[in-house]
Design a protein around this ligand. Structure first.
Ligand code: UDP
Length: 314
């Protein structure tokens, strides 16, 4: 018997991750209904899907009720501002999409008897006191600090997801996404990858915050999306970290960006933003075991593709 084509709904489909996820789903035979209100997403990220009969787009704020005809098999909830300067500028929208938006997306999944996945984040660990971070760690978040709007919205989203799972038996998945990079990141979203790469390409000073001793671990977008796809298709309903465990300081990262872009930029130091996590590195034991997944794109290779993309944008 011929397998029926699955239908996926992707909220935040015009965003960095949402658009890459949409591409992967279409490539794997899904019909995708993308929803985005373009607050931080861009039509450029999905323009190539125009005219594709397996992609339909709805411009909508997902905090409003989502009406959709026809069957839906999977709901992927990716809508949210996601960079520190975006959610500093949009704290209420960030809280609303994480709470009301997750509520609407879960309601849709329940009504359609679809499987639901929410895009959570390493930010739920706050400024972590356990290193690297396993899923069992409960985190160290300043609820009322500048990052609180994002961190708490995502923590609420996880709690609501588990409540729908337990109370309504919705099939749910929670992915905790660590720092990710690649083409389609917004040049001016303030995150370290677009910031350093665009500064280096323009031979402008590269702005390291604090002393640059804080660490991050960067995952290339194709690795991340593959991990998330495997999680959705698995039968595991507790949170799973997806990220690349190769950790480095922001000073080392700045030096590497200058080197690989062949830039004449020098490094300058700017004040460290409040509550900037001092260290971050995923423990991916669970993803390796449950999903048979681990990152395969080395930083040097991922950066080449990312820099190529930014060259067309600066
Ligand atoms: N950062 C930096 N210079 C910049 C932008 C960011 O040194 O121009 C640092 C920032 O302080 C943080 C790290 O890079 O320690 C990653 O920041 P990003 O905004 O990308 O995301 P975060 O991991 O903090 O959510």
């Amino acid at each position: 018997m011929k397998q029926k084509q699955p239908t996926s709904v992707v909220t935040g489909a015009a965003g960095f991750l949402g658009s890459h996820l949409t591409d992967l789903l279409v490539a794997r035979g899904h019909k995708v209904i993308g929803i985005d209100n373009f607050v931080t997403g861009s039509v450029d990220n999905i323009a190539h899907l125009g005219g594709n009969r397996n992609f339909k787009f709805i411009q909508q704020d997902v905090t409003e009720f989502i009406f959709l005809d026809g069957p839906v098999n999977y709901v992927w909830h990716f809508a949210s501002p996601a960079s520190p300067i975006d959610y500093l500028e949009l704290p209420i929208q960030t809280l609303k999409v994480g709470s009301l938006g997750t509520h609407k997306a879960l309601g849709l999944a329940m009504h359609k008897k679809a499987r639901f996945l929410t895009a959570s984040t390493s930010e739920i660990y706050g400024d972590p006191l356990v290193h690297p971070q396993p899923e069992e760690y409960w985190g160290n978040v300043n609820t009322i600090g500048p990052r609180g709007c994002y961190d708490e919205a995502k923590r609420f989203a996880e709690a609501l997801t588990m409540a729908y799972h337990r109370e309504h038996q919705v099939e749910t998945r929670i992915v905790r996404i660590f720092n990710t990079y690649g083409p389609r990141m917004r040049l001016n979203d303030g995150r370290v990858v677009p910031a350093f790469v665009s500064q280096a390409l323009k031979n402008k000073p590269v702005t390291v915050f604090g002393k640059g001793l804080q660490t991050r671990s960067f995952c290339y977008v194709s690795d991340l999306i593959e991990g998330i796809y495997r999680l959705m298709m698995s039968d595991y309903d507790l949170p799973v970290n997806i990220g690349n465990p190769t950790e480095m300081t922001m000073l080392e990262f700045a030096e590497q960006i200058i080197r690989v872009t062949g830039s004449k930029s020098r490094i300058i130091f700017k004040p460290l933003p409040q509550d900037d996590p001092k260290q971050r590195k995923p423990d991916i034991t669970k993803a390796k075991k449950l999903l048979k997944w681990e990152p395969v794109v080395p930083l040097a290779k991922g950066l080449v593709k990312t820099i190529e993309y930014f060259r067309t944008k600066v």
